[in-house]
Design a protein around this ligand. Structure first.
Ligand code: PLP
Length: 407
């Protein structure tokens, strides 16, 4: 599929915003959805809306097949060994909280260490702060290099025999940095710690193979990879998940319920209490089909090429600071500030040009502190974005600079 074929699948892109053709550069926050995903949700509700795992009636069987079929697609998509290792959650945030509450609170004690980095999203900071607070463990940060990358020497120095959990993002949602997860996992395992990966910004943009990474947990959200909101995935190695207790209890997750004691279903259902996110899972399965049809390799090379192009074009704009590493070490986005202009003003002027970018702290306040800024603007790219759109961004930024130099 070439780029204009791809764009045909995203009806939302074909509209004007503030009188200008929409340029959507905020896929890091949430991606747009192809028609196939929108239609899959609508077909489910129009034709076979039903609860799963319970009824023997035809609609219920069709819904169960759709829901469980999506689980198999996710398993294949990330290279997991078994569907028992694929837990549907409300999103990456919930997935990381399950690991923190179920694995963290049980396996971490006073004097132990939890290791993260300065670039983590709040979803991969606060759950660990809570575990540290409750258990008396220490939360440690792997320092960053000046260009916003991680040096393995620092990884070796930060992770010690007292470290029980290492939790690192695969790709930064602010810097775009692609982190050396496989190597960090090796260090974590050498010290007997488990490795948790926040894959929110990698799963949409590159082929992920959890067995190759050898991580113990991997979390991501469907809505950043062409799927619906409200559903995400927690991958966990079966041997670990089997030993973990659920964090939510109720219908769907039980095997037998007595008056004072109950037993749980087998994996992965023991972690999916209540009526699950049926339409969401079906939509996620459809999104995976779509991404695989385009080809993850093609998406990766497109996104990296476009990121490099944006980085190079923006580097030529005077008074603009770009955060994060050189293009070959990053994917998906460029984060920047214009001298003497608040990023919210940048985003407002760009919006008047029909260009959607994100401005703020990007749920990464520890990183903002490290960068010594309170906020930045971020343009993030996906499979439907073009070089012409990057050119419009650059023109919009020049206009912003001009506007604010006159006020
Ligand atoms: N981690 C990263 C790197 C993200 O970019 C995000 C979303 O912005 C999250 C975690 C949280 O994802 P969600 O809000 O879908 O749970």
């Amino acid at each position: 599929m070439n780029i204009s074929d791809i764009r045909q699948h995203f009806p939302i892109l074909d509209q004007q915003v503030n009188g200008k053709d929409l340029v959507y550069l905020d896929s890091g926050a949430t991606s747009q959805k192809p028609l196939a995903v929108i239609d899959a949700l609508s077909t489910y509700y129009k034709e076979y809306n039903s609860n799963v795992h319970r009824g023997v009636h035809t609609l219920g069987t069709r819904a169960t097949d759709g829901y469980e079929g999506a689980r198999e697609k996710v398993r294949r998509f990330i290279g997991a060994k078994s569907i028992q290792e694929i837990i549907f959650t409300r999103g990456a945030t919930t997935a990381l909280n399950i690991v923190a509450q179920s694995y963290g609170l049980t396996n971490v004690k006073e004097g132990d260490e939890i290791v993260i980095t300065y670039m983590e999203h709040h979803a991969n900071v606060i759950p660990w702060q809570q575990v540290a607070k409750i258990t008396g463990a220490t939360l440690k940060y792997i320092p960053l290099q000046e260009d916003g990358t991680i040096d393995l020497k620092d990884v070796e120095e930060t992770i010690t025999p007292n470290t029980k959990i290492v939790s690192v993002m695969h790709v930064s949602n602010v810097l775009g940095t692609i982190n050396p997860i496989k190597e960090i996992t090796e260090v974590a395992h050498k010290h007997g710690a488990v490795m948790v990966v926040d894959g929110c910004q990698s799963a949409p943009h590159m082929k992920v193979d959890v067995r190759d990474l050898d991580c113990d947990f991997f979390a991501f959200s469907a809505h950043k990879m062409c799927g619906p909101t409200g559903i995400g995935v927690l991958y966990g190695k079966k041997a670990l998940l089997e030993k973990m207790e659920p964090v939510e209890f109720g219908g769907e997750m039980i095997d037998f319920v007595g008056l004072h004691e109950s037993t749980w279903k087998e994996l992965p259902w023991k972690f999916e209490a209540g009526t699950p996110i049926i339409a969401g899972a079906i939509g996620l399965g459809e999104a995976i089909d779509f991404l695989e049809k385009v080809g993850l390799d093609n998406i990766e090379s497109h996104d990296r090429k476009l990121t490099k192009y944006a980085y190079e074009q923006l580097s030529q704009v005077d008074g603009l600071t770009i955060y994060g590493p050189s293009p070959e070490k990053r994917t998906g986005l460029v984060t920047f500030n214009i001298e003497d202009v608040h990023p919210h003003d940048v985003a407002t002027v760009l919006d008047a040009e029909g260009i959607a970018v994100r401005a703020g702290h990007h749920c990464a306040q520890p990183l903002m502190k490290w960068l010594k800024v309170s906020a930045t603007a971020r343009a993030s790219f996906y499979l439907y974005n073009t070089e012409q759109e990057v050119d419009k961004l650059v023109a919009g930024i020049k206009k912003t600079k001009e506007y604010f130099s006159n006020v």
